[in-house]
Design a binder for this molecule. Structure first.
Ligand SMILES: [Zn+2]
Length: 478
């Protein structure tokens, strides 16, 4: 009996010891997230319930019990079955532009021109000392009267302000007469690649594509401090929706340098892939530009070949179905495009060309093909690739060109795109799947602030081709 007791005591000591050793084996980490659906994007596209994080890196992903039994942490987050995704990358956005817009008059979602006027009113009340009133986001396609507005009411209601209201796509603007005067625009002014709208021979205040440059060059440049504030604000918004990297599709040299400085002094953390806006200053010695750090990669040039579909600036092979006099605006023709392509090839820059219309896509694909040849690994891109004629689609594969597309453009434009293009040509528009199949790769983005910054909208539009309405999927591709 005594022996038996002794044995029991010995056994207890062993069990307690094992228990203690077991406790010691918990690995301490900075954070544990559990009770979640975590998309790992590993080779098998597996999802997991929990993860352990240390020094800013994921140490392990696994089932709930596996992680909770192996790790301990002072910071344990119960995700309550929510979804967790890896950081998103937006392949085409306007990061600084979005930040600037956040401090301007927000015209997104306006249902009428009078709502535009009300929002301007409100903004002026909140910023009474500001003389330049800039806004963005109206879309006449969302209004009951789907016609371009004129500036008459702007002139009478806000006589002492310089008003500039950009369309949602950034390819058209309505400006007040005071701006027209400052910009020296008259009835006779003409701008290649742009249009200055007139009604009964009088300027209406509406400028399209390159005509906007007459106004853009007289707008006082925002200060470096203001741009900094806007970048930080944009970063904050982007982090909220899970974006950890953004491509900025067109920045000035000084703006790219500012982002680099803000990375260096720790004010900005967002990883940025920055495209230099095509500018004569670059063409003199492109090779002397370019920055590559852990958070900034600037080694590409952005060129606009044409305008946008909504403002009938997209350059089409045949005239618009809802305006037989228009075929759109060619902003950069093939000669000039070829010069940029040759410069980029020589100095190993990536060339990214904005092409919406089928004519713009054809011109750019042909120039890229002539300059690159068939076998190349330059990863040149066509931004938007929105309307691509059937005969041109295989050129993406032939010349190894990446289509950089925005699925939410399809679901925003679905209400009016067919009016612009007609029943036949619409079949060549927003063909994400066909273009994905060319090289087996596609770059997806939002083009924010043209669309909302939320990358989940992009996936939703890409997969089911719906917006938030209850409408069935639009032109789903097999
Ligand atoms: Zn863009």
């Amino acid at each position: 009996m005594r022996l038996h007791n002794k044995f029991a005591k010995f056994l207890t000591i062993i069990i307690v010891s094992i228990g203690l050793v077991g406790c010691n084996e918990y690995k301490k980490v900075d954070m544990i997230v559990h009770n979640a659906t975590i998309y790992s994007v590993d080779d098998g596209m597996n999802t997991f319930e929990a993860m352990a994080i240390n020094d800013g890196r994921i140490v392990e992903l696994g089932p709930e019990n596996q992680i909770l039994n192996k790790y301990s942490s002072d910071q344990k987050i119960d995700a309550q079955k929510n979804f967790i995704y890896p950081g998103f990358i937006d392949a085409h956005s306007h990061f600084l532009g979005y930040g600037l817009t956040r401090n301007q008059v927000d015209l997104i979602g306006t249902q009428s021109f009078s709502e535009v006027l009300d929002r301007i009113d409100q903004y002026i009340q909140n910023n009474p000392n500001q003389n330049w009133i800039i806004g963005r986001g109206w879309d006449q396609n969302d209004w009951e009267i789907k016609e371009y507005p004129t500036n008459e009411v702007l002139n009478t209601r806000f006589p002492n302000k310089h008003i500039i209201m950009k369309r949602v796509d950034g390819h058209a603007m309505l400006v007040s007469n005071s701006v027209i005067e400052l910009a020296d625009i008259s009835n006779l002014t003409q701008v290649p690649g742009g249009e200055i709208l007139k009604i009964d021979g009088l300027l209406s205040g509406l400028l399209i594509d390159e005509a906007m440059t007459l106004v853009e060059r007289i707008i006082p440049e925002p200060s470096v401090e203001h741009k900094t504030t806007c970048l930080v604000r944009a970063e904050n918004d982007c982090f909220q929706v899970g974006l950890t990297s953004v491509c900025d599709a067109g920045l000035k040299v000084s703006e790219i340098e500012l982002i680099n400085q803000l990375h260096e002094n720790g004010r900005l953390k967002m990883r940025v892939y920055a495209m230099y806006s095509a500018d004569p200053i670059l063409s003199k010695n492109l090779g002397s530009f370019g920055i590559k750090t852990e958070r900034l990669n600037a080694k590409s040039v952005k060129v606009y070949c044409d305008g946008a579909l909504g403002s009938r600036g997209a350059f089409l092979l045949e005239t618009y179905s809802d305006d037989s006099l228009k075929e759109g605006s060619l902003i950069t023709g093939s000669d000039s495009l070829r010069k940029w392509a040759e410069l980029c090839l020589k100095d190993s820059f990536q060339l990214c060309v904005h092409c919406i219309g089928d004519a713009a896509n054809r011109i750019t694909l042909d120039v890229m093909g002539q300059v690159l040849g068939e076998t190349n690994d330059r990863r040149w891109r066509i931004e938007h690739a929105q309307v691509v004629n059937q005969t041109d689609q295989q050129k993406f594969a032939s010349f190894n060109v990446i289509p950089s597309m925005q699925p939410s453009h399809a679901t925003s434009d679905m209400y009016w795109a067919e009016e612009r293009l007609g029943a036949e040509r619409i079949k060549n528009a927003y063909t994400l799947k066909s273009l994905l199949n060319q090289n087996g790769m596609i770059a997806l983005g939002t083009d924010f602030p043209v669309e909302s910054i939320d990358p989940l909208n992009t996936f939703y539009s890409a997969v089911v081709r719906k917006d938030k309405s209850k409408l069935p999927g639009w032109r789903l591709q097999p």
